[in-house]
Design a protein around this ligand. Structure first.
Ligand code: 0X9
Ligand code: ZN
Length: 314
C-alpha cells in the first residue's frame, strides 16, 4: 500500500481517496464506512480498523476524530499518522490485534473545505437557515452535543460558540452520536483531537468531575508524559486537567457526550501550535515542517491511552 507523505495538509477529497485506497488494498483489516452527509451534503467517512472485523467483543474500541473544528488543520495529521501506523507501517502489533479502531479524520467537512476556499479561520459547520438572510451561519459542533447543552455556550448565531437550535440539530453531530451509541458498550477510549494549546482535557465542561475522575486524570498524565518525551523543545509541556479548570467552561462537547454515555476514558486533545507564543490565531496556521512531528508525537500519546484502554476494558 502507499503511504501518504505528511508534508502538507490534504483536502477532503484527497483524504477520502486515501481511505478508499486503504480499504481496497487492506480489505482484511480496513473498512471504509460512509456514515451520512454533512449539512451541505458531503459524505462523512470513517475507517474501521480491526483484525477480527469488529466481531471479537472482548476487544475494546478506541474512537478518534479530528477536524470537528474546521480551522484546526494540524489535527488531521494526528489521525492520518495513526492510520498509517495501524495499517501500513505496523511495528507494534498489539495495538492492531488487541483493539478495534474507529477513526474519522474529517468530522466537519463543510467547514474544513470552507477554510481552504473562503475563510481560513472558520471554526463551525456551514449550517444556514438560522437567521433571516443568513446574515450569520454555522453551528459550533463542539457545543451541539446533548451533554449540558446550552449551559456554557452561545445562543447567538454570529458567535463562534453558537450551540445550534437543539442538541444534535446538526447532521455532523448526529452522525458521531450514532456511531458512539452503536459501539458505546465497547468504546473504552474516545479522543477528540483539536488545536491549539498543548493540553489533554477531560470533563465535564461545566467543571464537575465525572465518575472515575482520578483514573481519567492519571491516564491523561501518562499520555502527556509520553508526548512531552518527544516534543519539540520549544513547545510547551502538555497541561492535563478538567477543561473548565485549565481552559474555560464549555457545554455540549463531543468529549462530554461520550463520557455521559459511559465511555470511561474521554478526552479532548489540544495539539500544540508549533509556533513560539500562544494565544493568537497564529497557532492555527500550519508550518509544513511540523506536520509529521505533530502526527508522530500525538501517536506517542494515543498509544499510551490505547494500551491503558486494553488494560481497563471489562
Ligand atoms: O472550545 C473548544 O471547543 C475546545 N477548544 S478549541 O480551542 N479547539 O476550540 C475545547 C473543548 C474542550 N471540551 C469541552 N469544552 N468540554
Ligand atoms: Zn477545537
Amino acid at each position: 500500500g502507499s503511504a501518504l507523505p505528511l508534508d502538507r495538509i490534504y483536502r477532503y477529497n484527497e483524504v477520502n481517496a486515501y481511505m478508499e485506497e486503504l480499504a481496497s488494498v487492506y480489505p482484511d483489516t480496513v473498512t471504509l464506512v460512509n456514515a451520512g452527509q454533512s449539512f451541505e451534503g458531503r459524505p462523512i467517512k470513517y475507517l474501521k480498523i480491526s483484525t477480527t472485523n469488529f466481531q471479537q467483543l472482548n476487544k475494546p474500541v478506541v474512537y478518534i476524530e479530528s477536524l470537528l473544528h474546521a480551522r484546526e488543520w494540524i489535527t488531521l495529521s494526528a489521525t492520518l499518522y495513526a492510520i498509517e501506523k495501524l495499517v501500513i507501517d505496523v511495528n507494534e502489533q498489539d495495538l492492531l490485534h488487541d483493539i478495534d479502531w474507529i477513526i474519522m479524520p474529517i468530522a466537519n467537512p463543510d467547514g474544513y473545505e470552507f477554510t481552504h476556499t473562503d475563510q481560513r479561520l472558520w471554526r463551525k459547520n456551514r449550517a444556514t437557515g438560522y437567521m433571516p438572510g443568513n446574515l450569520c451561519s454555522g453551528v459550533d459542533l463542539n457545543r451541539n452535543f446533548d451533554a449540558f447543552w446550552s449551559q456554557a455556550s452561545s445562543n447567538i448565531v454570529c458567535m463562534d460558540t453558537f450551540h445550534g437550535r437543539a442538541p444534535f440539530s446538526e447532521p455532523e453531530t448526529a452522525i458521531i452520536r450514532d456511531i458512539v451509541n452503536a459501539h458505546s458498550e465497547r468504546i473504552e477510549l474516545f479522543l477528540d483531537i483539536h488545536s491549539f494549546g498543548s493540553m489533554i482535557l477531560y470533563g465535564y465542561g461545566t467543571g464537575t468531575l465525572p465518575p472515575n475522575g482520578l483514573n481519567l486524570h492519571l491516564v491523561g498524565v501518562r499520555m502527556a508524559q509520553a508526548i512531552d518525551a518527544v516534543k519539540m523543545s520549544w513547545n510547551d509541556h502538555y497541561i492535563v486537567g478538567n477543561v473548565a479548570l485549565v481552559l474555560y467552561q464549555a457545554s455540549g462537547s463531543a468529549m462530554d457526550f461520550a463520557k455521559s454515555v459511559g465511555v470511561p476514558l474521554s478526552y479532548t486533545f489540544e495539539l500544540p501550535g508549533y509556533r513560539l507564543g500562544f494565544g493568537t490565531a497564529a497557532g492555527f496556521f500550519v508550518d509544513p515542517e511540523f506536520i509529521e512531528q505533530a502526527g508522530f508525537e500525538t501517536w506517542e500519546g494515543i498509544k499510551v491511552g490505547a494500551r491503558n484502554a486494553v488494560r481497563t476494558y471489562k
